[in-house]
Design a protein around this ligand. Structure first.
Ligand code: RIB
Length: 308
């Protein structure tokens, strides 16, 4: 195994972002600003964040044959991510339509495009790279069969952020180590692993239920309340850094990228989650998913003292 190597298997998009004072109501037309096409996609954002934080990163994914492909790849190239596992398929590159309003909310509509072709065959073809990586990262913007094929090839840690959550083989969910979820995603995962049981109420109960359902380690993200991290050794509350957010697009992906870097360095999960919390907070202070990712040169926001 290539100790410290990270492979991100996932989406590559172009983000078309509109900035508005508030979100339009159904049937309403609003003026906005912005309109640039910027590189995005949860997978690509995570790979860029990890590389900018010093990770040794490979990307497995797909872009289309349109001009947007070069936009989608630009951030990955600039960050030095290895793109040997990215293929070009006939048709459009993935597209995300993002509306960023002054309240900080940013609903996103994603059109999969080439990401829909990241199937079991493509992932199996990269089996040597996957097996040689100490951290394998994936999300929910590629097909189910791709994710299920992936987990069977992982020999290191499978850092799984099921966003958006899809119906998966329970063994693919249980292979997550860690599973990174917010409370909404946690409810959907628990509904798959323990159907018919009630959603636990407190963060501690939620991570407990996920671990009892067979997941080795969990990072439950709680927005301004930070995150709750649990594995066989401990349960830790990680605080959130206090920053003035201007655009949260991709901040969660920056969190994942940094978490991967910490784990790839061999840090315990709570230490990696502290770095992730700082990097995610930094990313929310700038515009765009990838341009706002910090590098190792940047001063990261400090975290308040953690409660137990
Ligand atoms: O998490 C943010 C990302 O979600 C955006 O970059 C967009 O492409 C969607 O995939």
């Amino acid at each position: 195994m290539n100790a410290g190597a990270i492979v991100v298997v996932g989406s590559i998009n172009v983000d078309l972002t509109a900035h508005t004072r508030r979100h339009p109501r159904p049937g309403e037309t609003l003026h906005g600003t912005g309109g640039q096409m910027l590189p995005g996609g949860k997978g690509a954002n995570q790979a860029v964040a990890a590389a900018r934080m010093g990770g040794d990163v490979r990307m497995i994914g797909a872009v289309g044959t349109d001009a947007q492909a070069q936009v989608g790849l630009a951030g990955l190239r600039a960050a030095g991510v290895d793109l040997d596992g990215v293929r070009e398929v006939e048709g459009p590159t993935g597209l995300a339509i993002v509306t960023v309003a002054e309240d900080g909310e940013n609903p996103i509509v994603v059109i999969a495009g080439a990401n829909a072709s990241v199937d079991a065959a493509q992932i199996t073809a990269a089996k040597d790279v996957i097996a040689a990586s100490s951290i394998v990262v994936c999300q929910g913007e590629i097909p189910r069969e791709g994710i299920e094929a992936l987990r069977a090839l992982v020999t290191g840690r499978f850092l799984h952020k099921p966003a958006p959550v899809m119906e998966l083989d329970p063994e693919a969910l249980r292979a997550s180590d860690p599973l990174v979820v917010n409370e909404h995603e946690a409810a959907l995962v628990l509904a798959q692993l323990t159907p018919g049981t009630e959603m636990p109420e407190t963060p501690e109960q939620i991570v407990g239920a996920l671990r009892e359902a067979g997941i080795a380690s969990v990072v439950l993200t709680l927005g301004a309340q930070g995150s709750l991290v649990a594995d066989a050794d401990c349960t830790h509350r990680i605080p959130a850094a206090r920053v003035t957010a201007v655009d949260t697009t991709g901040a969660g992906d920056a969190f994942i990228g940094a978490l991967a870097v910490g784990l790839a360095r061999g840090e315990p999960l709570p230490a990696a989650a502290r770095l992730a919390s700082q990097v995610g907070a930094f990313a929310a202070t700038g515009h765009g998913a990838q341009p706002s990712c910090p590098s190792t040169e940047d001063e990261l926001p400090r975290l308040p003292e953690a409660s137990a």
